[in-house]
Design a protein around this ligand. Structure first.
Ligand SMILES: *Cc1c(COP(=O)(O)O)cnc(C)c1O
Length: 357
């Protein structure tokens, strides 16, 4: 606390990102990064952009990248917004589409940044409880609200909803913005992008951080009606017009141009996830049905907090949330086959240690 802080700053409860250890001795299964490197073409494009042009500001409207994304998604450039990571787009969206005193709806167990943004901007929200199996119920999202945000697949549960679920939420909120956060959509969910042409109230947000292995480059995209995209542009240009640097723009374009690499890496993660889910169930875990690059698990014999600490002692980082309803669960990112083999072996060892006590 400092006397120099504004009232807002003093009251903030900031988001806490997963640990990024400085040494490389850990198997990192705690922040949902992709275990595979970005496409070599992306690295080449970034290297190619390291030149004297760096003295010039980057393109504030990201035209080339917007065109690339628009073609890729079958939309027009005016239906595409680019941000410095999807977190930035989420932050802009809360200002662009939500009003104080009109509560935003989102699930009770979800990406914890939504609450942080609502508090930052003095917006109110109402959380919708997931059911006992951690499914998102539909009816509560049909009630009066000041806007909706739903991640699909949800985090940290990894569970997905079908496009018809989203269509129904859109139909019942035609006067409000409905944001679908598709950070993990490429790992098996059904994207709502196909609904953009039909629903002017839909904003789909995606990221290059997970399925395209570019968490370190900071690029997110939003797809929606021209009026929603224009709203985001207005907010962005009231904050910082140059949110993406020249290297990020070049790398992101190349990422969308190497479809083969993207498909192959994504399929590998999905295969490893399916194998990991089977093995964890064989070890007695409850594993929620995952359509993401992580799994959400609990074991009947050993408390999650204890598993977290014992895994860490064995050199494996996973994520734990000390929150009601999920404080006996762990979120485990999917690594390479090798990483997951080590994880499963270690997990089995820890479990047997406790069961034999
Ligand atoms: C990782 C994640 C993001 C943020 O992604 P960036 O593009 O790296 O900022 C947004 N939403 C959810 C649900 C995420 O898991």
């Amino acid at each position: 606390m400092s006397k120099y802080w504004s009232g807002i700053t003093a009251r903030l409860v900031p988001y806490v990102p997963g640990e990024q250890p400085r040494d490389k001795k850990y198997i990192k299964l705690n922040t949902n990064e992709n275990p595979y490197p970005p496409s070599p073409k992306v690295l080449e494009a970034i290297t190619g952009a390291v030149n004297a042009d760096l003295r010039l500001y980057p393109d504030p409207t990201c035209d080339n990248l917007r065109r690339t994304v628009a073609d890729y998604c079958g939309l027009s450039e005016r239906q595409v917004f680019i941000g410095n990571g999807s977190d930035e787009i989420l932050a802009f969206s809360f200002v662009a589409f939500f009003n104080p005193g009109e509560p935003i709806l989102f699930p009770d167990i979800t990406y914890s940044f939504y609450k942080v943004y609502a508090n930052l901007y003095g917006l109110s929200y109402q959380t919708v409880p997931l059911d006992d199996e951690f499914n998102i119920p539909m009816e509560p999202f049909h009630a009066a609200n000041g806007g909706v945000i739903i991640p699909n697949p949800n985090a940290p549960t990894a569970k997905a909803v079908p496009v018809d679920f989203i269509r129904s939420v859109l139909e019942n909120n035609l006067e409000r913005a409905v944001i679908i956060d598709e950070a993990y959509i490429d790992f098996g969910g059904e994207s709502a992008v196909r609904l953009v042409a039909e629903y002017p109230n839909l904003l789909v947000i995606q990221t290059l951080s997970k399925s395209r292995s570019l968490a370190g480059l900071r690029v997110g995209i939003a797809l929606g009606s021209e009026e929603l995209i224009e709203g985001l542009e207005r907010v962005k240009n009231s904050f910082n017009s140059y949110t993406l640097d020249r290297l990020a723009l070049s790398g992101a374009i190349a990422a969308f141009q190497d479809e083969d690499y993207f498909q192959e890496a994504t399929q590998k993660v999905i295969r490893t996830r399916e194998m990991t889910m089977t093995q964890l169930r064989e070890l007695g875990c409850k594993v929620l049905d995952s359509k993401a690059n992580f799994v959400f698990i609990t074991h009947p014999a050993v408390p999650a907090k204890q598993l977290l600490e014992e895994l860490r002692a064995e050199g494996i980082l996973v994520r734990y949330f000390a929150q009601p309803r999920i404080d006996n669960y762990l979120r485990v990112s999917i690594g390479t086959d090798e990483d997951m083999e080590r994880f499963i072996q270690t997990f089995q060892m820890i479990i047997s240690r406790h069961v034999n006590e």
